[in-house]
Write a protein that binds this ligand. Structure first.
Ligand SMILES: Cc1cc2nc3c(=O)[nH]c(=O)nc-3n(C[C@H](O)[C@H](O)[C@H](O)COP(=O)(O)OP(=O)(O)OC[C@H]3O[C@@H](n4cnc5c(N)ncnc54)[C@H](O)[C@@H]3O)c2cc1C
Length: 525
């Protein structure tokens, strides 16, 4: 392989100290580069950062660590060693004053929904399998075709619309395909009765987690980069990017009220691609800026509440589907790791509100948000307002790249434009406007480094394009890149239960139906 001989002399500038940028920096130091990472916040980790308030650690989002990438897994263990814990998972859905286990448990679901509602869901499921939507463009169509309209309305619509702030009819099906592919009612029901050979990741019951949250990992990576000669400059916002034709020559950084121009030979950016293009000097052609202005983001904030209670609820997190409250999800950090709290006599919760930068929730004062959090916590019945002894608020901007309307065609235009640059690569979640988890963001950083070091031509846009890699997918299968469509039984079943045939599926459903019939009869009698 053709490795550059004098890497120490080649200056690589990396925009963003999140998982993608820091991974790229760490990898570069293995080849004697001394990269400079420019991070606008006062800490590393990006969206996966861990905030601290009086010794309580608040994970922005609740980051489970799971990956199919051997390199990424090795990276996590290499950095954290024994501080990388394996944790049990419990998560439930709160809807209409009831809790539903997630993954679905038969008795819990049957008793929770009631037999009539359960029967209606099964009937709706059959109807939509017999006569599905012909088109599967929107989230609503995609989910309805797989789960039936009734289940979609019950369990999918309210939470999805809280997260995205747009109607499910406007949200592209790609998001569902990325997040919940392979998880159908059939697979969920099958998993109640039969142990699959391959596990669906959404159904996994444990995960890895750094002892003090993901920020612990990213702080350790930052320290390693610095120890190996790299620089990680915090509070340094890139406000301009200077180019000469299709070469980037330097970036303009705002730091402590001063601006500084930092030149480089190679540039890697994990900042939002839209902002990157808008800050180019000279600016790109108007149609590029127009396409960039069409890409949208969703933001969220966490209201951190500290309770004078040892135990509040046993879950790691609860999805709040109930539309009567604004909160979307509640994290219980103690259950992620006891070391997220300075003392075990208390509980720290993170109430997540999905919003848009500048809207009523985003601009609400911290004090009002804490009051809102206390009120909603009491309304759900998880704790009394008086239990809350302290609170804090953390806002996370551009946390979700939105897949709406024509986003893909706009992104395609930007993709082609940035491909013309000879010494620039855009990486990570917002750099690629892709719903990437940490592992995929990291992989793009690793591949960008290989492109520099080995002059490889890795296409970063296709990382995680293979649907197989994502959260709800099947562990251990080779990527096929096939787009999932409503399919006959065996094709859907095979990935989940390779040794189980239609007959066994029939037995599973037969059991469920028998139970329904039995309880319905008992009820009527
Ligand atoms: C609610 C939620 C839950 C999640 N849960 C999981 C999970 O369970 N597991 C998982 O693996 N992933 C999860 N993720 C995804 C994970 O957070 C992201 O994949 C990951 O943080 C992306 O890393 P990144 O480096 O690409 O981008 P980012 O984390 O966005 O990092 C980009 C960095 O660039 C900096 N930056 C931006 N503009 C500039 C500028 N102009 N100058 C300098 N710096 C700049 C930002 O401050 C940021 O630090 C979750 C995300 C959310 C929102």
């Amino acid at each position: 392989m053709n490795i550059e001989v004098n890497n120490a002399d080649r200056k690589v500038v990396i925009i963003g100290g999140g998982p993608a940028g820091l991974t790229a920096a760490y990898e570069l130091t293995k080849y004697d580069f001394s990269p400079t990472v420019l991070e606008k916040l006062d800490k590393v980790g990006g969206i996966a950062r861990t905030e601290d308030y009086k010794g309580y650690h608040f994970d922005m989002g609740g980051h489970r660590f799971f990956t199919k990438s051997v390199e990424v897994n090795a990276f996590w263990h290499e950095i954290l060693g024994n501080d990388f814990l394996h944790r049990p998972r419990l998560s439930r859905i709160y809807y209409k004053n009831k809790y539903f286990n997630y993954p679905l448990k038969p008795w819990n679901a049957l008793l929770g929904m009631g037999f009539f509602e359960g029967a209606a869901i099964v009937a709706s499921y059959c109807r939509w399998h017999l006569f599905p939507y012909k088109e599967e463009d929107t989230f609503e169509q995609w989910v309805t075709n797989r789960f039936g309209k009734r289940l979609f309305e019950t369990f999918f619509r309210s939470y999805t619309e809280k997260v995205w702030g747009i109607r499910c009819e406007e949200l592209k099906a790609e998001w569902a395909a990325q997040r919940i592919k392979d998880l159908s009612l059939k697979t969920a029901v099958t998993s109640m009765f039969l142990k699959p050979r391959h596990t669906i990741k959404t159904l996994i019951e444990s995960f890895d987690y750094p002892r003090q949250g993901p920020g612990m990992l990213w702080t350790a990576v930052k320290e390693q980069v610095q120890a190996r000669g790299g620089t990680v400059q915090l509070n340094s916002s890139v406000v301009g990017i200077n180019r000469e034709g299709n070469r980037i020559v330097s970036v303009v950084v705002e730091h402590d009220g001063r601006t500084e121009t930092i030149p480089g030979d190679e540039f890697i950016s994990s900042m939002p691609i839209t902002l990157f293009l808008q800050r180019l000097d000279p600016p790109p052609p108007p149609h590029i800026l127009e396409a960039a202005s069409q890409l949208k983001y969703r933001d969220f904030l966490t209201v951190g509440l500290i309770l004078d209670k040892v135990d509040t609820f046993p879950d790691n997190w609860i999805y709040i589907h109930d539309p009567s409250v604004k909160v979307g999800r509640i994290q219980n950090y103690k259950n992620w790791s006891p070391d997220m709290l300075p003392d075990q006599a208390h509980t720290s919760l993170g109430l997540e509100y999905f919003c848009n930068e500048g809207d009523a929730i985003w601009t609400m004062s911290d004090a009002d948000l804490i009051e809102l959090g206390k009120r909603e916590l009491a309304q759900i019945g998880l704790a009394q307002s008086e239990d809350v002894i302290d609170g804090c608020v953390f806002r996370v901007e551009k946390s979700y790249p939105v897949y709406d309307g024509d986003y893909a065609s706009h992104l395609e235009i930007l993709k082609q434009y940035v491909a013309e640059f000879t010494n620039f690569q855009t990486i990570g979640r917002n750099g690629l406007h892709r719903y990437n988890n940490q592992d995929h963001a990291m992989l793009t950083g690793m591949m960008a480094v290989r492109n520099i070091v080995y002059h490889e031509k890795n296409n970063l846009w296709i990382v995680n394009g293979e649907q197989e890699y994502h959260e709800a997918d099947v562990i251990g299968r080779k990527p096929t890149g096939q787009q999932e469509r409503p399919s006959p039984w065996p094709q859907v079943l095979n990935p989940v239960t390779p040794y189980i045939d239609d007959a066994l599926m029939g037995i599973s459903l037969g059991l469920v139906t028998a139970l329904f019939t039995y309880f319905l009869t008992m009820f009527l009698l």
